[in-house]
Design a protein around this ligand. Structure first.
Ligand code: SF4
Length: 255
């Protein structure tokens, strides 16, 4: 387990590492350079760099965490990547099923595969499923998500690189929406009106809305946003205020 600095989770658990890029949102995937850096530092777990690698030895770890945790599963990979065997996905689910004291947040861009295998998996209440939706081109992932029996279904619209215009079609079947701008060199801009549209739809339908970050200071239209400052307790990359407020709403926990 690693303590996470991702604002919407507590810890990360990576039974697989590595991935391949699949859509526009992956262009500046943070996991790729980080994996290569960890490989260069000699970490055995990252011996294959960003190549998809399964880690069966990770499977027993949640049994030993003393306190209930909110766990982001596979922050460095995608559990539903085509190279992850069905049997391994089932093993990960088995661990989650047997440790109901923890809430597990799965996030994928491979919703078609989840839909194909969903009937063979046990979706206990502690398993949340999210899909990444960076722009309107990939909203078919939401259509897949709403057919899957996860107790909490969520969107991660990060990096938001275009408007999402059809969210109102799906919103009543969703439990949580996260939005964030891209960070780092070459980051693509997020526009405030894209964020406002998502926030307003969430508010109208009473769906928790989490605005994670602007990503880069230059995308934040409020240069006086105090959360730009790295010493601010709610600092996030580029700041995280929206019209002077911080939105860090979470879905109601199932355990
Ligand atoms: S799916 Fe996620 S982990 Fe995989 S390349 Fe894309 S951003 Fe990176």
């Amino acid at each position: 387990m690693s303590i996470s600095n991702i604002e919407w989770t507590e810890i990360t658990w990576n039974p697989t590492t590595g991935c391949t890029k699949i859509s526009d949102g992956c262009v500046f995937c943070y996991a790729q350079p980080l994996s290569l850096r960890l490989k260069a530092m000699g970490l055995e777990k990252y011996r294959n760099g960003f190549k998809l690698t399964i880690h069966p030895q990770e499977l027993n770890k949640p049994y030993f965490w003393k306190k209930p945790k909110t766990v982001f599963v596979n922050s460095m990979s995608d559990l539903f990547h085509h190279e992850v065997p069905d049997e391994f996905i089932k093993s990960v689910f088995n661990v989650m099923n047997e440790t109901p004291q923890h809430n597990y947040q799965l996030l994928t861009k491979r919703s078609e595969r989840v839909l194909n295998i969903a009937g063979q998996l046990n979706w206990t209440n502690n398993i949340w499923l999210g899909v990444s939706v960076e722009n309107e081109r990939v909203t078919s992932r939401i259509n897949d998500l709403i057919k899957i029996p996860a107790s909490i279904k969520f969107l991660s619209c990060e990096p938001l690189i275009g408007p999402i215009t059809t969210l109102d079609k799906y919103i009543d079947k969703l439990d949580w929406v996260i939005v964030g701008g891209e960070s780092g060199a070459g980051a693509r801009p997020i526009e405030k009106n894209w964020v406002d549209v998502i926030k307003e739809i969430c508010q109208k339908h009473h769906v928790p809305f989490f605005f994670k970050q602007w990503g880069t200071k230059k995308f934040n239209i409020n240069i006086y946003d105090p959360t730009i400052d790295t010493s601010h307790p709610d600092h996030a990359k580029g700041g995280c205020q929206l019209d002077g407020k911080i939105y860090r709403e979470m879905p109601v926990l199932q355990i």
